[in-house]
Design a protein around this ligand. Structure first.
Ligand code: GLP
Length: 263
């Protein structure tokens, strides 16, 4: 796992956006369109704003870009502002001027959720797999909505949200009772299939989860620790989120001595 500790949340967003942009440009240079995996939550919002700035400055061409979101609540109307359909439309599709038909979010209103999950996996495969997957991390170490004890080989499926996740996400709703209890989420195995994974986190509230993910054991108790198995996972965090890591100086040393040809 590569660990980049930035001096501010704005710098986290800038590094992450430039990394995603490099993947999109590299695919474009060989005549292909990239597939971008999207996360929700507050953590990646700065990255989306930085990507939109690149698009608006004509420094990034996202024509033909296909996107797949990680997860969605079950039972929330897409018009609800906290449905991930609505969040992705507002934070990604509109500002990046993407073709909405190329932006996919799991169908939390499907009458047959299990079939919808299988169809989602099939759609990712049909698109050629995900080139670059952006993820955040929950305070309990979840990625997507893969709660502690999730199978590290799981695929897109129906899950029950943990009480901690519902409490964490209650800030987006009128009350905790309004937070859905279920979701559809890409599995950890699905995330591990992405060719490149970028995890972003900011703030001291994420420090324990970040330390467990990077320096703790590989364990389903911290689902994000599965990224230790990925061949191209980059963690981009601010100093506060890095504050419980033991090897901070080592990560800074590697960042400062990164050869220019290494992306
Ligand atoms: C939600 C999302 C996750 C996200 C997490 C953290 O539970 N399903 O994908 O990583 O929240 O959210 P935040 O970035 O707001 O802390």
């Amino acid at each position: 796992m590569r660990v980049i500790i930035a001096d501010s949340a704005a710098e986290v967003a800038e590094i992450a956006a430039n990394t995603v942009a490099a993947v999109i440009r590299a695919k474009r240079s060989v005549g292909q369109n990239a597939v971008f995996g999207l996360a929700t939550g507050s953590s990646p919002m700065g990255t989306y704003r930085a990507l939109a700035a690149l698009v608006n400055a004509d420094e990034l061409d996202v024509d033909g870009l296909t996107c797949f979101a990680l997860d969605e609540y079950v039972g929330l109307e897409y018009s609800h502002p906290e449905s991930y359909h609505a969040v992705i439309a507002q934070a990604v599709t509109t500002p990046l001027r993407l073709d909405p038909s190329r932006v996919h979010v799991p169908d939390g209103l499907a009458s047959d959720p299990l079939a919808a999950c299988d169809a989602y996996e099939a759609a990712i495969a049909a698109a050629g797999g995900i080139d670059v997957q952006l993820v955040g991390i929950g305070t309990n170490g979840h990625i997507g909505f893969n709660e502690p004890t999730s199978s590290l080989m799981s695929r897109t499926r129906f899950k029950t949200l943990s009480p901690q996740t519902r409490a964490d996400n209650a800030r987006f709703f009128d009350s905790i009772d309004a937070v859905p209890k279920h979701c559809l989420t890409q599995g950890i195995g699905t995330v591990l299939d992405a060719r490149k994974v970028i995890l972003v986190a900011q703030g001291a509230g994420k420090a324990d989860a970040i330390a467990a993910m990077i320096e703790g054991p590989l364990t389903s108790m911290c689902p994000a620790s599965a990224l230790q198995l990925h061949r191209d996972a980059t963690v981009i965090i601010d100093r506060e989120a890095a504050s419980k890591l033991q090897l901070t100086e080592y990560y800074d040393y590697i960042t400062q001595n990164q050869p220019p040809h290494v992306p």
